[in-house]
Design a protein around this ligand. Sequence first.
Ligand code: NAI
Ligand code: MG
Length: 368
Amino acid sequence: MSNPSLLILAGDGIGPEVMGQVIRIIDWFGDKRSITFDVTEDLVGGIAYDKHGVPLHDDTMERAQQVDAVLLGAVGGPKYDDLDFSVKPERGLLRLRKEMDLYANLRPAQCFDALADFSSLKKEVVAGLDIMIVRELTSGIYFGEPRGIFEEGNERVGINTQRYTESEIDRVARSAFELARRRGNKVCSMEKANVMESGILWREVVQKVHDEDYPDVELSHMYADTGAMQLCRWPKQFDVIVTDNLFGDLLSDAAAMLTGSLGMLPSASLGAPMANGRPKALYEPVHGSAPDIAGQEKANPIACILSFAMALRYSFDMGDDAKRVEDAVEKVLSDGVRTGDLMQAGEGKAVTTVQMGNAIIDALNTSL
Ligand code: NAI
Ligand code: MG
């Protein structure tokens, strides 16, 4: 069998800094675990625009379609703010998501015990929290037609359309049920079936997929506004939440913040299975290019490292090694190692990006 293949697109700002630590961990797997990844590095975002005049070159897109998984750092920055919309750095990322048809966006909200004090919620509400939000990523109100700003009588009207087909709901529901089987075996589907027809269809299709193919998974339905309240009140009641693009955007950001810093949050975007059975996949931290701290070795690499751990789990079926990386992160945090974003004002001394990487690699070494 050939080695698992990765395309690394570090991107802009802190992207290359945090990805540097992931590359060290990939090398660690080669040296210490004899697991060799075929790694190609390429450009995305502003840095790709600087070289090619586009934020994602066609060759890079083609490579992304061929590899087992893409790891992306971050794109964008003030230097590119005035570019035409069509070549903005973000368009590189959107093109990847669209052409790879990555319809299931996995956003874990996980609270490391060592950071439970850092949450805005009470410690007992978040300690040990481990939930997964599955957001539909390629359809819904961000894509539906008609859309636009139109003249109507003597004023303008802004229109967006929420539109979901049965097959779009079906496939993302399947992703959620499959995930649940590997976790707590529980799915809560969120929509607004009380006021939206697309929500009625959503609920029906999720229920049908459940009854036909996943009767062993516990399924509940909740209105998304109630879901928002329950997420703040008692998030540990959830395991997997599946929801549409718009509600998922809001709920996943809210859930993520229960657990602390942007510098801690990984994500995966998955599509249909390829010929080798692996899903099309893109892994990236939730944060952006952080121009305010770029180039200063202050960035927290953990979000990017945990994104790589997700790749191990969801693309390469290396759940034990994913856990090994997550445990190393947990250990380093309980030892009190902190980048600046994980500190309250006036508290101790922050480590650099590389020092955080060193600590995680030390912890990986002790895991052997
Ligand atoms: P941002 O996520 O880059 O930064 C927000 C705040 O969080 C900043 O104060 C930053 O220093 C801090 N931060 C973010 N990641 C961190 C890390 N790993 N360690 C420590 N601190 C961290 O979001 P912002 O400032 O709204 O956007 C900056 C640029 O990034 C813009 O050009 C934006 O378009 C782009 N962006 C790109 C995304 C992506 O590549 N997926 C996502 C969000 C924004
Ligand atoms: Mg958002």
